[in-house]
Design a protein around this ligand. Structure first.
Ligand code: GCV
Length: 666
């Protein structure tokens, strides 16, 4: 049957050149029950891959002697951990070992990946264990089918206030488990209307059915909760986390939820944020709210993932003492160590909101006795709406590699969120996902590199951005050498290019309010959202040093001092931390204003070069992909030109300083 949607990197086109098919003819399962649901999925995946690549259906044998591929259960042995696997070719047989079925499934996907990349399986000898216990995708899907910050169609989980459980959900589960994702939150953190009822009989049956599809692929199922459900569903007058009736209601509700949805892992909660209710309303702390829910899910092994995106979104722009960047830390740091073991605080990578460049949130590693999870966004809300190309894995690598100085020897963000710093298991990484029901899932075909790459990075943090592309490009786009090289070049520089033509030096924002696509330099400048650039006729940037809002002091030393001084502050974040005169000389010797001009001209030129390089690949790429990506490059160019012209004209008029190179500025 012709599928209505693409299989992305699981498309498995014919790949006979490496002679890998010998391994796929006969498969034996040893120690695992072939009837176990995740093992069954692993065998099914092998079958799909073998059919596509070699046109054959593997026989499943009981005896390993004749098998080309052996799937073997082993005891935990210091080499392979839970959800880990090894793959080794021995005397013409591929042996995949794992201690549990999830590890086995990941091992099978690894074998398929190598074959699909066109690598020979002969001589394979690898062992992989996941770096992060929790590796999650967060959907911001609404029950009417819309997706908050979605740029690739509508939801494939919901439509018309109902839950969908069709083959697309299964294909989604296959895709994300193939890159190692083990948890999915299906609904938007802004839980309203029908979504509040996901934890009631109105939807339990369908939700449980969907959760079972995920269970087949070793994925735990999570829901976002409405913190005020006690009022909206329970008829109680409030949601005070210390109120006995509220506590009792949630206890009963959780008992019901875990009974009705066996594959439920727990809940994600956005509280006291952007209009969402929360414990602050009752004079309680974030810990009070999170702990109350954590106690209710504890008997069922559930976890509460509590978001730290808490800030005052009704600030007065004239108020220069309130700094949105400070808010997350100020709201959570005082209760470090007060959270239950089954609470995880989920922290956005930066203190603001997924800008093209922000410093790492000081809460990460600032908290030293609390479970932490990193939240990043592959939905390109502020990074080009999946119209503009923006490969985000290099940014995520930077974040993970950042030294927080929280503990000698294990202080990077990667250490903190993997559990290495504190020895905790409830930790991990989540991404706000970029999918929708477009046939290609991600709007721009090239945005699938982020969908693929995030999962791979979450599983194996040491993978480089280049290695991830070397896996993804040949599987989904083409293994042609010129295509590989061109795409590698475009994708690896795409984040910096986007930064250059939008908002360099860490200033961020300057986007069209609400939609967050396109330039509007002052769009948010005189509004309540707390996202200012503070440009005047002399300079630009926000003073967050000890003479300004004091935000830089939220970091451990030596980061606090580094950010505090204009001289030692990394220049790519200069305007995030300092208000800088246009005449200030950067390390390149250029003045700030000249840097702004140059960066925007360069950014546009680079985007133009991407479009031209793509054009040269015509005939080497599937026509549909070629055409749709070409169309997006065209739109990216229009966007880049608008940004360049608006930003340059704005700062030319503000500063009165002309471009040294005399280029066209309006
Ligand atoms: C889901 C930003 C986005 C909102 C989003 C919010 C959040 O403010 O613009 O759409 O809401 O972040 O992360 O909760």
């Amino acid at each position: 049957m012709e599928q209505k949607w693409s299989q992305l990197w699981l498309a498995y086109e014919k790949k006979t050149e490496q002679g890998n098919e010998v391994f796929f003819r006969k498969v034996a399962v040893e120690g695992f029950s072939a009837a176990e649901r995740v093992v069954k999925s692993a065998l099914k995946e092998l079958e799909t891959g073998a059919r596509g690549m070699f046109g054959l259906k593997p026989d499943v044998l009981k005896d390993v002697t004749d098998a080309g591929l052996i799937l073997r259960k082993v005891q935990e042995n210091g080499r392979i951990s839970e959800e880990g696997y090894s793959v080794k070719e021995e005397n013409g047989q591929i042996v995949c070992e794992a201690v549990d079925a999830k590890g086995l499934l990941y091992g099978v996907f690894h074998i398929l990946r190598l074959a699909s990349m066109g690598k020979s399986l002969a001589g394979t000898d690898i062992c992989c264990n996941p770096d992060n216990p929790l590796r999650m995708y967060n959907h911001w899907d609404n029950m009417d089918g819309s997706i908050e910050r979605g740029y690739s169609g509508n939801s494939f989980f919901f439509a018309k206030d109902d839950v969908l459980t069709d083959e697309r959900v299964r294909d989604y589960a296959r895709l994300v488990s193939s890159v190692g994702i083990n948890g999915v939150v299906i609904n938007n953190v802004n839980v309203k209307q029908a979504a509040t009822y996901l934890i009631t009989d109105r939807f339990f049956d369908k939700v449980a059915r969907m959760a079972e599809i995920f269970a087949d692929y070793g994925i735990k199922f999570f829901l976002s909760l409405n913190y005020a459900a006690t009022m909206e569903l329970g008829g109680l007058p409030g949601a005070d986390p210390l109120d006995a009736d509220v506590i009792a209601w949630w206890k009963e509700k959780m008992k019901e939820c875990f009974a009705k949805i066996p594959n439920l892992g727990g809940f994600l909660v956005k509280a006291d944020s952007e209009g969402c209710p929360g414990p602050f309303t009752y004079g309680r702390t974030q810990a009070d709210g999170a702990n109350m829910l954590a106690d209710a899910v504890k008997p069922y092994g559930g976890i509460i993932i509590w978001r730290c995106f808490v800030y005052n979104c009704t600030q007065d722009w004239r108020d220069r003492r309130t700094d949105r960047a400070r808010a997350g830390y100020d709201s959570f740091i005082g209760m470090d160590g007060d959270y239950r073991d089954n609470v995880i605080l989920q922290i956005k990578n930066g203190p603001m909101d997924f800008q093209i460049r922000e410093p790492v949130s000081p809460l990460l590693g600032g908290l030293q006795k609390t479970n932490q999870m990193l939240e990043v966004q592959i939905a390109q809300e502020y990074t080009g709406h999946q119209i503009d190309v923006c490969y985000l894995i290099p940014m995520f690598k930077e974040i993970l590699d950042f030294h927080t100085y929280c503990k000698e020897g294990a202080d990077t963000v990667a250490d903190v969120i993997s559990g290495r710093t504190m020895g905790n298991q409830n930790a991990g990484i989540a991404a706000v996902i970029n999918t929708g029901n477009d046939a290609n899932w991600t709007g721009n075909d090239l945005a699938a590199a982020n969908l693929y790459g995030f999962g791979r990075l979450a599983y194996q943090t040491s993978l480089t951005a280049e290695e991830i592309l070397d896996e993804w490009i040949p599987m989904q786009i083409s293994s042609d050498k010129e295509v590989m090289e061109t795409l590698r070049e475009i994708l690896l520089s795409s984040r910096e290019t986007y930064e250059k033509y939008t908002s360099p030096l860490g200033i961020g924002w300057m986007v069209t309010p609400n939609t967050h696509y396109g330039c509007s330099v002052d769009g948010y400048e005189y509004s309540r959202w707390g996202t200012y650039h503070r440009a005047d006729h002399l300079g630009i940037g926000v003073d967050r040093s000890d003479k300004g809002t004091g935000y830089a002091q939220q970091y451990h030393e030596p980061n606090a001092s580094m950010y505090n001084s204009m001289e030692s502050c990394p220049e790519e974040l200069l305007l995030f931390f300092h208000h800088v005169p246009y005449t200030y000389r950067l390390k390149t010797g250029k003045t700030l204003i000249q840097h702004i001009y140059d960066s925007h001209f360069e950014g546009y030129d680079e985007a133009e070069a991407f479009a031209k390089a793509w054009d040269r690949l015509e005939g080497k790429i599937r026509p549909e992909t070629f055409r749709t990506v070409k169309e997006r490059f065209g739109r990216q160019l229009v966007n880049a030109a608008e940004w360049r012209d608006q930003v340059n004209s704005y700062f030319y008029r503000k500063s009165g300083i002309a471009d040294e190179k005399g280029r066209k500025i309006y």
